[in-house]
Design a protein around this ligand. Structure first.
Ligand code: FMN
Length: 359
Protein backbone atom coordinates (compact mmCIF):
# COMPACT_ATOMS: atom_id res chain seq x y z
CA UNK A 1 0.00 0.00 0.00
CA UNK A 2 1.38 3.45 -0.88
CA UNK A 3 0.92 5.96 1.85
CA UNK A 4 1.01 9.73 1.52
CA UNK A 5 -0.28 10.61 4.95
CA UNK A 6 1.76 8.91 7.62
CA UNK A 7 -0.15 8.63 10.86
CA UNK A 8 -3.39 7.50 9.30
CA UNK A 9 -4.14 3.98 10.42
CA UNK A 10 -3.93 2.76 6.82
CA UNK A 11 -0.36 3.98 6.89
CA UNK A 12 0.65 1.81 9.82
CA UNK A 13 0.93 -1.40 7.84
CA UNK A 14 -1.15 -4.52 7.96
CA UNK A 15 -3.75 -4.26 10.71
CA UNK A 16 -5.87 -6.91 12.39
CA UNK A 17 -9.03 -5.41 10.89
CA UNK A 18 -7.86 -6.40 7.43
CA UNK A 19 -7.89 -10.02 8.42
CA UNK A 20 -10.82 -12.35 8.14
CA UNK A 21 -11.03 -15.39 10.38
CA UNK A 22 -8.38 -16.78 8.08
CA UNK A 23 -7.34 -19.95 6.29
CA UNK A 24 -8.56 -23.15 7.84
CA UNK A 25 -11.46 -21.59 9.80
CA UNK A 26 -14.21 -22.93 7.54
CA UNK A 27 -12.57 -26.34 7.20
CA UNK A 28 -12.42 -26.63 10.98
CA UNK A 29 -16.06 -25.61 11.29
CA UNK A 30 -16.93 -28.56 9.02
CA UNK A 31 -14.74 -30.86 11.09
CA UNK A 32 -15.53 -29.90 14.70
CA UNK A 33 -18.38 -27.36 14.51
CA UNK A 34 -18.47 -23.60 14.82
CA UNK A 35 -18.33 -23.33 18.62
CA UNK A 36 -15.20 -25.45 18.99
CA UNK A 37 -13.59 -23.59 16.10
CA UNK A 38 -14.35 -20.26 17.79
CA UNK A 39 -12.62 -21.52 20.95
CA UNK A 40 -9.43 -22.18 18.96
CA UNK A 41 -9.70 -18.85 17.20
CA UNK A 42 -10.05 -16.96 20.50
CA UNK A 43 -7.14 -18.90 22.00
CA UNK A 44 -4.86 -17.76 19.17
CA UNK A 45 -4.89 -14.17 20.49
CA UNK A 46 -2.69 -15.13 23.44
CA UNK A 47 0.62 -13.30 23.93
CA UNK A 48 3.96 -14.98 23.19
CA UNK A 49 7.61 -13.88 23.22
CA UNK A 50 8.52 -12.25 19.87
CA UNK A 51 4.94 -13.15 18.91
CA UNK A 52 6.18 -16.55 17.69
CA UNK A 53 2.84 -18.17 18.58
CA UNK A 54 4.57 -21.46 19.43
CA UNK A 55 1.32 -23.46 19.90
CA UNK A 56 0.24 -26.36 17.74
CA UNK A 57 -3.09 -28.12 18.28
CA UNK A 58 -3.69 -31.68 17.10
CA UNK A 59 -7.39 -32.43 16.83
CA UNK A 60 -7.59 -36.10 17.81
CA UNK A 61 -11.39 -35.92 17.86
CA UNK A 62 -13.87 -33.01 18.20
CA UNK A 63 -13.51 -33.18 21.97
CA UNK A 64 -9.92 -34.30 22.39
CA UNK A 65 -7.13 -31.91 21.48
CA UNK A 66 -3.41 -32.22 22.12
CA UNK A 67 -1.47 -28.99 22.59
CA UNK A 68 2.15 -29.04 21.58
CA UNK A 69 4.77 -26.60 20.41
CA UNK A 70 6.32 -26.12 16.99
CA UNK A 71 10.11 -26.37 17.10
CA UNK A 72 10.56 -23.81 14.34
CA UNK A 73 8.83 -21.28 16.59
CA UNK A 74 11.16 -21.74 19.56
CA UNK A 75 13.72 -19.07 20.46
CA UNK A 76 16.90 -21.01 21.28
CA UNK A 77 19.04 -17.89 21.73
CA UNK A 78 16.97 -15.92 24.25
CA UNK A 79 14.98 -18.87 25.57
CA UNK A 80 17.26 -21.94 25.42
CA UNK A 81 15.27 -23.86 28.04
CA UNK A 82 11.87 -23.13 26.43
CA UNK A 83 10.85 -21.42 29.65
CA UNK A 84 9.13 -18.51 27.91
CA UNK A 85 7.69 -20.87 25.31
CA UNK A 86 5.88 -22.77 28.09
CA UNK A 87 4.65 -19.51 29.65
CA UNK A 88 3.22 -18.57 26.24
CA UNK A 89 1.58 -21.99 25.91
CA UNK A 90 0.03 -21.38 29.35
CA UNK A 91 -1.46 -18.09 28.13
CA UNK A 92 -2.85 -19.92 25.09
CA UNK A 93 -4.41 -22.61 27.31
CA UNK A 94 -5.96 -19.96 29.56
CA UNK A 95 -7.58 -18.27 26.55
CA UNK A 96 -8.79 -21.65 25.36
CA UNK A 97 -10.33 -22.62 28.71
CA UNK A 98 -11.90 -19.16 29.08
CA UNK A 99 -13.43 -19.28 25.60
CA UNK A 100 -14.54 -22.89 26.14
CA UNK A 101 -16.43 -21.99 29.36
CA UNK A 102 -18.16 -19.10 27.59
CA UNK A 103 -19.24 -21.53 24.86
CA UNK A 104 -20.62 -24.09 27.33
CA UNK A 105 -17.70 -26.48 27.74
CA UNK A 106 -15.65 -27.58 30.71
CA UNK A 107 -12.05 -28.52 29.86
CA UNK A 108 -10.29 -31.47 31.50
CA UNK A 109 -6.53 -31.08 31.25
CA UNK A 110 -3.93 -33.85 31.43
CA UNK A 111 -0.25 -32.92 31.40
CA UNK A 112 1.86 -34.88 28.92
CA UNK A 113 5.14 -32.97 29.03
CA UNK A 114 8.03 -34.46 30.99
CA UNK A 115 10.50 -31.92 29.66
CA UNK A 116 10.18 -28.55 27.90
CA UNK A 117 11.23 -30.00 24.55
CA UNK A 118 8.53 -32.67 24.33
CA UNK A 119 6.46 -32.19 21.18
CA UNK A 120 3.22 -32.94 23.06
CA UNK A 121 2.61 -30.80 26.14
CA UNK A 122 -0.95 -31.37 27.28
CA UNK A 123 -4.11 -33.16 26.33
CA UNK A 124 -7.49 -31.41 26.61
CA UNK A 125 -10.91 -32.96 26.75
CA UNK A 126 -13.98 -30.82 26.18
CA UNK A 127 -17.10 -31.76 28.13
CA UNK A 128 -20.52 -30.13 27.87
CA UNK A 129 -21.28 -27.85 30.77
CA UNK A 130 -23.21 -24.73 31.81
CA UNK A 131 -22.34 -21.73 29.66
CA UNK A 132 -20.45 -19.17 31.80
CA UNK A 133 -20.83 -15.45 31.15
CA UNK A 134 -17.48 -13.88 30.21
CA UNK A 135 -16.70 -10.79 28.11
CA UNK A 136 -14.76 -12.56 25.33
CA UNK A 137 -13.96 -9.17 23.81
CA UNK A 138 -11.23 -9.04 26.48
CA UNK A 139 -9.31 -11.76 24.62
CA UNK A 140 -9.39 -9.75 21.40
CA UNK A 141 -8.67 -6.37 23.01
CA UNK A 142 -5.80 -7.50 25.23
CA UNK A 143 -2.49 -6.15 24.05
CA UNK A 144 1.06 -5.42 25.09
CA UNK A 145 1.62 -1.69 25.60
CA UNK A 146 5.13 -0.27 25.46
CA UNK A 147 4.60 3.51 25.65
CA UNK A 148 2.39 6.06 27.36
CA UNK A 149 2.69 4.81 30.94
CA UNK A 150 2.04 7.24 33.82
CA UNK A 151 4.46 7.21 36.75
CA UNK A 152 1.75 6.88 39.41
CA UNK A 153 1.68 3.91 41.78
CA UNK A 154 -0.89 1.21 41.04
CA UNK A 155 -3.76 1.53 43.49
CA UNK A 156 -3.95 -1.49 45.86
CA UNK A 157 -7.61 -2.02 44.94
CA UNK A 158 -6.75 -2.13 41.25
CA UNK A 159 -3.91 -4.54 41.98
CA UNK A 160 -6.34 -6.83 43.85
CA UNK A 161 -8.81 -6.61 40.99
CA UNK A 162 -6.30 -7.59 38.30
CA UNK A 163 -4.74 -10.37 40.37
CA UNK A 164 -8.20 -11.68 41.21
CA UNK A 165 -7.15 -13.76 44.22
CA UNK A 166 -4.36 -15.64 42.42
CA UNK A 167 -1.06 -16.29 44.22
CA UNK A 168 2.46 -15.37 43.14
CA UNK A 169 2.04 -11.72 42.11
CA UNK A 170 4.26 -9.02 43.60
CA UNK A 171 4.05 -5.32 42.95
CA UNK A 172 7.04 -2.99 43.28
CA UNK A 173 6.09 0.73 43.11
CA UNK A 174 8.29 2.98 40.93
CA UNK A 175 10.32 4.44 43.81
CA UNK A 176 11.04 1.12 45.51
CA UNK A 177 14.60 -0.27 45.62
CA UNK A 178 13.42 -3.37 43.76
CA UNK A 179 11.84 -1.36 40.94
CA UNK A 180 15.08 0.62 40.67
CA UNK A 181 17.02 -2.63 40.35
CA UNK A 182 14.58 -3.95 37.71
CA UNK A 183 14.93 -0.71 35.70
CA UNK A 184 18.72 -0.90 35.76
CA UNK A 185 18.93 -4.65 35.23
CA UNK A 186 16.59 -4.40 32.24
CA UNK A 187 18.71 -1.74 30.57
CA UNK A 188 21.95 -3.58 31.33
CA UNK A 189 20.59 -6.95 30.16
CA UNK A 190 19.36 -5.34 26.95
CA UNK A 191 22.77 -3.79 26.43
CA UNK A 192 24.34 -7.22 26.82
CA UNK A 193 21.81 -8.79 24.46
CA UNK A 194 22.28 -6.34 21.60
CA UNK A 195 25.97 -7.29 21.68
CA UNK A 196 25.16 -10.97 21.19
CA UNK A 197 25.20 -11.57 17.46
CA UNK A 198 23.11 -14.75 17.65
CA UNK A 199 20.42 -12.98 19.65
CA UNK A 200 20.21 -10.17 17.10
CA UNK A 201 20.08 -12.66 14.26
CA UNK A 202 17.28 -14.53 15.97
CA UNK A 203 15.37 -11.29 16.53
CA UNK A 204 15.94 -10.32 12.88
CA UNK A 205 14.27 -13.57 11.82
CA UNK A 206 11.14 -12.54 13.76
CA UNK A 207 10.81 -8.95 12.58
CA UNK A 208 8.35 -8.47 9.73
CA UNK A 209 9.49 -5.16 8.29
CA UNK A 210 7.44 -5.15 5.09
CA UNK A 211 3.69 -5.45 4.69
CA UNK A 212 4.33 -8.41 2.37
CA UNK A 213 6.21 -10.29 5.09
CA UNK A 214 3.60 -9.45 7.71
CA UNK A 215 0.89 -10.79 5.39
CA UNK A 216 2.91 -13.91 4.59
CA UNK A 217 3.85 -14.97 8.14
CA UNK A 218 1.27 -13.26 10.40
CA UNK A 219 3.54 -13.78 13.36
CA UNK A 220 6.62 -12.02 14.71
CA UNK A 221 7.00 -8.31 15.32
CA UNK A 222 5.78 -5.71 12.85
CA UNK A 223 6.92 -2.06 13.04
CA UNK A 224 3.50 -1.16 14.49
CA UNK A 225 3.89 -3.85 17.16
CA UNK A 226 7.25 -2.28 18.06
CA UNK A 227 5.58 1.15 18.20
CA UNK A 228 7.35 2.41 15.10
CA UNK A 229 4.42 4.24 13.51
CA UNK A 230 3.70 7.27 11.32
CA UNK A 231 6.49 8.43 9.01
CA UNK A 232 9.11 6.30 10.75
CA UNK A 233 6.85 3.26 10.32
CA UNK A 234 6.40 3.98 6.62
CA UNK A 235 10.15 4.37 6.21
CA UNK A 236 11.13 1.14 7.93
CA UNK A 237 8.39 -0.85 6.19
CA UNK A 238 9.76 0.22 2.86
CA UNK A 239 13.49 0.47 3.44
CA UNK A 240 14.40 -1.75 6.38
CA UNK A 241 15.48 -5.37 6.25
CA UNK A 242 17.21 -8.07 8.21
CA UNK A 243 20.65 -6.51 7.97
CA UNK A 244 19.46 -3.31 9.66
CA UNK A 245 18.71 -5.26 12.85
CA UNK A 246 22.38 -6.22 12.92
CA UNK A 247 23.63 -2.65 12.46
CA UNK A 248 25.23 -0.68 15.25
CA UNK A 249 22.58 2.04 14.92
CA UNK A 250 19.71 -0.37 15.47
CA UNK A 251 21.44 -1.95 18.47
CA UNK A 252 22.10 1.45 20.05
CA UNK A 253 18.56 2.63 19.32
CA UNK A 254 17.21 -0.49 21.08
CA UNK A 255 19.07 0.32 24.29
CA UNK A 256 18.01 3.99 24.11
CA UNK A 257 14.38 2.94 23.66
CA UNK A 258 14.56 0.63 26.67
CA UNK A 259 16.04 3.44 28.79
CA UNK A 260 13.10 5.69 27.87
CA UNK A 261 10.63 2.91 28.56
CA UNK A 262 11.84 2.13 32.07
CA UNK A 263 11.92 5.87 32.85
CA UNK A 264 8.14 6.02 32.41
CA UNK A 265 6.51 3.40 34.52
CA UNK A 266 4.11 2.83 37.38
CA UNK A 267 6.42 0.14 38.70
CA UNK A 268 6.79 -3.57 38.12
CA UNK A 269 4.71 -6.66 38.68
CA UNK A 270 6.70 -9.88 39.07
CA UNK A 271 5.04 -13.28 38.74
CA UNK A 272 6.59 -16.27 40.45
CA UNK A 273 6.02 -19.98 39.90
CA UNK A 274 5.91 -22.87 42.35
CA UNK A 275 8.70 -24.77 40.54
CA UNK A 276 10.55 -24.72 37.23
CA UNK A 277 8.75 -27.79 35.82
CA UNK A 278 6.76 -27.61 32.55
CA UNK A 279 3.52 -28.02 34.55
CA UNK A 280 4.42 -25.13 36.82
CA UNK A 281 5.46 -22.87 33.93
CA UNK A 282 2.28 -23.55 31.98
CA UNK A 283 0.25 -22.82 35.12
CA UNK A 284 2.18 -19.56 35.58
CA UNK A 285 1.42 -18.59 31.98
CA UNK A 286 -2.25 -19.19 32.74
CA UNK A 287 -2.19 -16.91 35.81
CA UNK A 288 -0.31 -14.28 33.82
CA UNK A 289 -2.96 -14.32 31.08
CA UNK A 290 -5.83 -14.22 33.60
CA UNK A 291 -4.34 -11.00 34.94
CA UNK A 292 -3.51 -9.64 31.48
CA UNK A 293 -7.15 -10.05 30.46
CA UNK A 294 -8.28 -7.84 33.36
CA UNK A 295 -5.86 -4.91 33.14
CA UNK A 296 -7.64 -2.91 30.45
CA UNK A 297 -10.72 -2.63 32.69
CA UNK A 298 -8.53 -0.54 35.05
CA UNK A 299 -6.60 1.30 32.28
CA UNK A 300 -3.40 -0.44 33.29
CA UNK A 301 -0.84 -1.07 30.58
CA UNK A 302 1.40 -4.15 30.74
CA UNK A 303 4.80 -4.51 29.11
CA UNK A 304 6.61 -7.82 29.62
CA UNK A 305 10.35 -7.09 29.70
CA UNK A 306 12.11 -10.43 29.94
CA UNK A 307 15.77 -9.60 29.36
CA UNK A 308 16.78 -9.53 33.04
CA UNK A 309 15.60 -13.16 33.33
CA UNK A 310 17.28 -14.11 30.05
CA UNK A 311 20.79 -12.82 30.78
CA UNK A 312 23.29 -13.65 33.49
CA UNK A 313 24.18 -12.32 36.04
CA UNK A 314 20.77 -10.62 36.48
CA UNK A 315 18.78 -13.84 36.04
CA UNK A 316 20.78 -15.44 38.87
CA UNK A 317 20.43 -12.47 41.22
CA UNK A 318 16.77 -11.60 40.62
CA UNK A 319 15.17 -13.80 43.29
CA UNK A 320 17.54 -12.59 46.00
CA UNK A 321 17.33 -8.87 45.13
CA UNK A 322 13.54 -9.07 44.88
CA UNK A 323 13.46 -11.06 48.13
CA UNK A 324 11.52 -13.92 46.61
CA UNK A 325 11.38 -17.46 47.91
CA UNK A 326 9.86 -18.80 44.68
CA UNK A 327 11.41 -18.38 41.22
CA UNK A 328 10.46 -15.20 39.33
CA UNK A 329 9.25 -16.07 35.83
CA UNK A 330 7.64 -12.95 34.38
CA UNK A 331 8.72 -9.32 34.72
CA UNK A 332 6.08 -6.76 33.79
CA UNK A 333 6.55 -3.03 33.57
CA UNK A 334 3.12 -1.63 34.34
CA UNK A 335 1.39 1.72 34.55
CA UNK A 336 -1.87 3.57 34.10
CA UNK A 337 -2.34 4.78 30.57
CA UNK A 338 -4.46 7.54 29.10
CA UNK A 339 -5.02 5.71 25.82
CA UNK A 340 -5.58 2.05 25.22
CA UNK A 341 -5.13 1.68 21.46
CA UNK A 342 -6.48 -1.39 19.67
CA UNK A 343 -4.07 -4.33 19.38
CA UNK A 344 -1.73 -4.42 16.40
CA UNK A 345 0.07 -7.76 16.62
CA UNK A 346 -0.94 -10.26 13.96
CA UNK A 347 -2.02 -13.87 14.33
CA UNK A 348 -1.48 -16.90 12.16
CA UNK A 349 -4.57 -18.48 10.65
CA UNK A 350 -5.98 -21.63 12.23
CA UNK A 351 -4.67 -23.67 9.28
CA UNK A 352 -1.11 -22.95 10.49
CA UNK A 353 -1.66 -23.94 14.11
CA UNK A 354 -3.89 -27.00 13.84
CA UNK A 355 -3.59 -30.48 12.41
CA UNK A 356 -6.34 -33.04 12.45
CA UNK A 357 -6.50 -36.69 13.45
CA UNK A 358 -2.84 -37.49 13.83
CA UNK A 359 -1.90 -40.52 15.85
C1 FMN B 1 6.67 -14.99 27.97
C2 FMN B 1 6.60 -13.66 27.26
C3 FMN B 1 7.72 -12.84 27.24
C4 FMN B 1 7.67 -11.59 26.58
N1 FMN B 1 8.78 -10.77 26.62
C5 FMN B 1 8.72 -9.55 26.02
C6 FMN B 1 9.83 -8.66 26.06
O1 FMN B 1 10.88 -8.97 26.65
N2 FMN B 1 9.73 -7.44 25.48
C7 FMN B 1 8.58 -7.06 24.82
O2 FMN B 1 8.53 -5.95 24.29
N3 FMN B 1 7.50 -7.89 24.75
C8 FMN B 1 7.55 -9.11 25.34
N4 FMN B 1 6.46 -9.94 25.30
C9 FMN B 1 5.24 -9.48 24.63
C10 FMN B 1 5.12 -10.08 23.22
O3 FMN B 1 6.04 -9.45 22.35
C11 FMN B 1 3.69 -9.89 22.73
O4 FMN B 1 2.83 -10.67 23.54
C12 FMN B 1 3.50 -10.32 21.29
O5 FMN B 1 4.23 -9.49 20.43
C13 FMN B 1 2.03 -10.27 20.88
O6 FMN B 1 1.51 -8.98 21.08
P1 FMN B 1 0.25 -8.71 22.00
O7 FMN B 1 0.61 -9.08 23.40
O8 FMN B 1 -0.02 -7.23 21.85
O9 FMN B 1 -0.89 -9.55 21.48
C14 FMN B 1 6.49 -11.19 25.92
C15 FMN B 1 5.37 -12.04 25.94
C16 FMN B 1 5.42 -13.26 26.60
C17 FMN B 1 4.20 -14.15 26.60
Amino acid sequence: MFCLLPGLSACDGLTRQEETKGDGYDALVSLIGRERTEILWYASFAPSSHNTQPWMVTIKSPDNWVIGSAENRWLPEVDPKNREMLLSIGAFVENMVTAAKAHGFRVKIRMLARNPFDPELLSLELQNSEREEYPLQRLLERRTLRTGFKSEDIDPQDFSFIVGGDEGFLYYPPLSTQAGWLDEATVAANRQQVDRQNVQEELARWIRWSGADARKYRNGLTPAAMDITGLAGWYVRNFYGTSDVLSKDFRNATVERVKKQVAESGGWIVITSEHNSPTSLIETGRRFERMFLRVKDRSIGVHPMSQALEEKPWSEKAAEVLMLVKPPQILLRVGYTRDYPAPVSLRMPLAAITTANKG
